[in-house]
Design a binder for this molecule. Structure first.
Ligand code: DAH
Length: 344
């Protein structure tokens, strides 16, 4: 046993590992659970009492020698691993960090706002929880109008009609707030979220976004309305975009129209986006009904105005060829990432 221990001690003293792996092999060989030291202690158990006295001490010293060697070497390897001087390569490229992007609806809204700002329109906002007056009555909705029905409107409080509180169904309510609060002229656009009690599908949602426009002054005419919206469309979809106005009905405008633009995807040739008609409807508009002006305390003999309202989702659908409205509110990063290039 003494011979063996002398031999192993010499081996330990001479040991110089080339790398951390070799040091690990050393540890397993001498200090492992099936290693040499464990084995020697097993043998030690069965020797006679005389030998026990001699070898007990020798064996313990041998064990300490192996442990000390291992601990010393381990420390030098550890310090090498954490030594920043040898490990950090300052010439390596830095890790990029993920940058967010604007939501497509924000991109479109900002674009619409920018175009109208250049025409002198200011931006105004109003509450999403509205009373019957601002959402319906002041806008000349008859008592029995179907839009007041429970089917379309999310009522928060439903009483007799006049005291109803609801989530606004359109941003036209902001027109009323604006006209009540100030004096003409008014030239504003009003972006915001609106709510309707609709089943959610690819083509309908219970909330969406609109931009309302209002221009009230002396001598405002339908020609002003047409020219303003024509200019808007040229800016949004590019020079040469065609427009057409179709007569329509809204309680708060008279006359009223819906405006179509030549399909920006097929340029009028016909595609699934425009249902092969070459035209897509993008907004409702008209001359502010004198009843609405009077409801807001404005002299309808002196002032006239035009108004318009458009859905932001509709415009984004056309611009980005998005066919499912639900994508706008699901926050799927695979969808949102596609608008990365448009960071403002
Ligand atoms: N409020 C209408 C809607 O939600 C849109 C609209 C149409 C707004 C004509 C207007 C307008 O200001 O003049 O469908």
């Amino acid at each position: 046993m003494q011979n063996k221990i002398d031999q192993y001690s010499a081996e330990i003293n001479a040991f110089v590992p080339a790398n951390a792996d070799e040091l690990e092999i050393f540890r397993i060989k001498f200090l492992g659970t099936k290693g040499i030291i464990k084995d020697l202690f097993e043998q030690f158990k069965i020797v006679g009492p005389e030998e026990k006295r001699v070898f007990g001490k020798v064996l313990n010293q041998f064990k300490q020698l192996a442990e000390a060697k291992y601990n010393e070497l381990k420390e030098s390897y550890n310090s090498e691993i954490v030594n920043p001087k040898s490990e950090i390569d300052l010439t390596l490229a830095g890790e990029g960090f993920a940058v967010g992007s604007r939501h497509p609806l924000s991109l479109i809204r900002n674009e619409i706002i920018d175009i109208f700002k250049r025409l002198g329109f200011v931006v105004a906002e109003g509450p999403e929880i509205e009373d019957d007056w601002h959402n319906f009555s002041a806008l000349n909705f008859p008592e029995e109008h179907p839009a007041r029905d429970m089917q379309d409107t999310f009522f928060i409080k439903k009483n007799t009609g006049k005291d109803d509180i609801a989530l606004r169904t359109h941003t036209s309510s902001v027109q009323v707030r604006m006209m009540e609060a100030g004096k003409p002229p008014f030239r504003a656009i009003m972006p915001g979220r609106v709510y309707r009690n609709e089943a959610i599908s690819a083509r309908a949602h219970c909330f969406f976004h609109q931009v309302e426009g209002l221009y009230v002054d002396e001598n405002v005419s339908f020609a002003d309305l047409k020219q303003t919206l024509y200019h808007f469309v040229q800016e949004l979809y590019g020079e040469g975009t065609q427009v057409r106005f179709r007569p329509s009905y809204f309680p708060f405008t008279e006359p009223s129209a819906e405006m179509d633009v030549s399909c920006s995807i097929c340029k009028g040739a016909g595609c699934t986006m425009c249902k092969h008609s070459g035209w897509v409807e993008i907004l409702g508009c008209g001359m502010v009904d004198p009843n609405v002006l009077e409801n807001c305390g404005i002299d309808s003999k002196k002032y006239t105005g035009f108004a318009f309202g458009m859905g932001i989702e509709r415009i984004a659908n056309l611009k980005y060829v998005i066919r499912d409205l639900r994508l706008f509110s699901e926050n799927d990063v695979r969808f949102l990432n596609q608008f990365k290039t448009e960071i403002i």
